[in-house]
Design a protein around this ligand. Structure first.
Ligand SMILES: C[S@@+](CC[C@H](N)C(=O)[O-])C[C@H]1O[C@@H](n2cnc3c(N)ncnc32)[C@H](O)[C@@H]1O
Length: 530
């Protein structure tokens, strides 16, 4: 009687599974699993065949429940089911496949690879061997990128971003979390010397929302679209933190913007996909806290310090990427971000020394101090970076006040650059300090460098474009607008004489996009003719 009921329950569960009715299937399998477990514990002295059949049935039911749970993205629970099934039958084919796929979507490439290798050895793999080999290849490629930081988007770039972007692995490079040297809570630091373009980390969004911003000037419509996107983002964050203990635990590490100096310094190894879950889960993550966390840490895709590859231009995205949330702002940033699908790739935008804090520009830094201060206010902080401190000390000086007045009075760009350079000489500004000030007044420099007429008039009295570009890039990192001036210069040069300029443009390009493609693809992307 009991056996008949169990058979019916199992058939029902399988039927739900085949019909892709995941919740119903999970419910029926859960019932079946607990009946099986009860019988096993009660029947230890009975017929060994019966016991073996019960164990087989339990293993398959756990495997099927894992599959249903993984379709609902309840990956932690699905993985736990796989583990239990494999405890019964260590090389259970179906479970190995299911576990491999779950581990792959959790970015645990090495462990996924082991599952697929074992599955391929099973005689049942015959009919599925091509698809298992496909998974094996994917895992190998992703595991390699994740271990070495080597990514190559060349083909996709050269194909004009047609089709879906190449599969991207998560990667944590030479970085660690420490107390910020600027005195603003925690920050991310380089543990090795890295050169411009080197990837520092690649991470997938915990949640990301994209919407089409209305092209009309209707502010209310734009505001509403933003509100809808924001609401969906909150919903997604709540859902992913409820579904995964690990995500919940990681979100909890983020700043709410309050008492940042007292925040615990998180070990970066916690962010590695293979990291074991520890027991923080019971601590609460209420809605108020989630809202504060999102307010401080959410990122828009198309900011001045980021590039988005392969997106439809009218789409605007906002999301939460956990590890990059530890990166502070500086007006002399040394990193930028690249967005590909839901992935954020953070790379060095200039050479970085071991021990240096990694910083991004939250807002435009090719602006004078007063404008940057206004922008920092909208972010809710007073910037405490090295460049701001230097400029705060110098902006009271007569020379600098005259330049600001010149800008306000619409003085000719050439005259202002000339005055600024003279001022810097009198104030004895050195090395990066010159780069900071030139970056602050980049608009007037670029106006001259981009105009042949101004160059004829002022060219001999102001520093060469190359020296200014190199100084600015060294001080505040690569920027598209700086790259544009070099590209314009290259267009004006006759062929053969621009080798050095080409190298300069390519280096700036690596600083803007990161080392994620070969030279030919970078040239195409930057529209640089050889
Ligand atoms: C995304 S979090 C950065 C990580 C944060 N410091 C932490 O400990 O988790 C952004 C917050 O860091 C602080 N912050 C970042 N850059 C700063 C800067 N240049 N000056 C002052 N505060 C900064 C601000 O409080 C800001 O709201």
């Amino acid at each position: 009687m009991e056996d008949l009921m169990m058979q019916q329950l199992r058939s029902k569960a399988t039927e739900f599974l085949l019909r892709e009715e995941w919740n119903e299937s999970i419910q029926a399998y859960s019932h079946f699993i607990s009946l099986c477990q009860e019988q096993i514990s009660e029947n230890t002295h009975q017929n060994p065949n019966h016991l073996s059949n019960l164990n087989k049935a339990l293993c398959l039911a756990l495997s099927n429940r894992a599959e249903a749970r993984s379709h609902l993205r309840n990956l932690t629970e699905a993985l736990a089911d796989c583990e239990k099934a494999l405890e019964i039958e260590s090389a259970h084919f179906k479970t190995l496949l299911c576990k491999g796929k779950i581990l792959l979507s959790l970015n645990r490439y090495g462990m996924a690879l082991d599952c697929f290798k074992l599955a391929l050895m099973d005689p049942q793999s015959g009919a599925n061997s091509e698809s298992i080999k496909g998974y094996l290849e994917r895992c190998k490629k992703l595991e390699f990128s994740s271990r070495t930081g080597a990514f190559d988007l060349s083909d996709w770039v050269l194909n004009g971003f047609r089709g879906k972007h190449p599969e991207i692995a998560e990667y944590i490079g030479a970085v660690e979390i420490k107390k910020s040297q600027m005195g603003c809570g925690r920050g991310l630091f380089a543990t090795k010397n890295v050169d411009c373009g080197t990837l520092l980390l690649v991470t997938k969004a915990i949640a990301a929302e994209r919407g089409i911003m209305p092209s009309s000037k209707d502010e209310d419509l734009g505001h509403n679209t933003q509100l809808v996107m924001w609401k969906s983002l909150i919903g997604e964050v709540v859902e992913s933190s409820t579904r995964s203990h690990r995500t919940h635990q990681l979100i909890r590490q983020l700043s709410t913007g309050e008492e940042e100096d007292t925040l615990e310094v998180t070990d970066v190894s916690l962010f590695r996909p293979e990291a074991e879950e520890s027991g923080f889960f019971n601590e609460n993550l209420d809605m108020g806290r989630i809202l504060k966390i999102l307010d401080v840490n959410s990122c828009v895709e198309d900011a001045v310090s980021s590039k988005v590859l392969g997106k439809n231009s009218c789409y605007h995205g906002v999301g939460l990427w956990i590890l990059p949330s530890f990166i502070n702002h500086a007006c002399n940033p040394n990193a930028r971000r690249l967005h590909v699908g839901d992935y954020m790739m953070v790379h060095a935008s200039r050479d970085i020394k071991a021990g240096e804090e990694i910083t991004l520009a939250y807002y435009d830094v090719l602006l004078p101090l007063s404008n940057r201060r206004e922008r920092a206010k909208t972010w809710g902080f007073d910037c405490c970076c090295k460049r701001c401190k230097f400029e705060e000390g110098i902006m009271g000086k007569q020379e600098m006040r005259e330049i600001e007045m010149g800008i306000d009075n619409g003085m000719e760009a050439g005259g202002m650059v000339y005055r600024l350079e003279e001022g810097m000489r009198r104030l004895n500004a050195r090395g990066k300090e010159k780069g900071y000030l030139r970056a602050s007044f980049w608009e007037v420099y670029s106006e001259i460098f981009e105009s042949e007429k101004s160059m004829r008039r002022w060219g001999r009295r102001i520093p060469a474009m190359e020296a200014v570009v190199d100084g600015v890039a060294e001080a505040v990192g690569s920027d598209e607008r700086v790259l544009k001036v070099v590209k314009e210069g290259l267009k004006r040069k006759c062929s053969g004489s621009g080798m050095v300029e080409m190298e300069r443009a390519m280096k700036l390009g690596r600083g803007v996009y990161g080392k994620v493609m070969k030279k030919q693809a970078m040239r195409t992307l930057l529209e640089l003719q050889e």
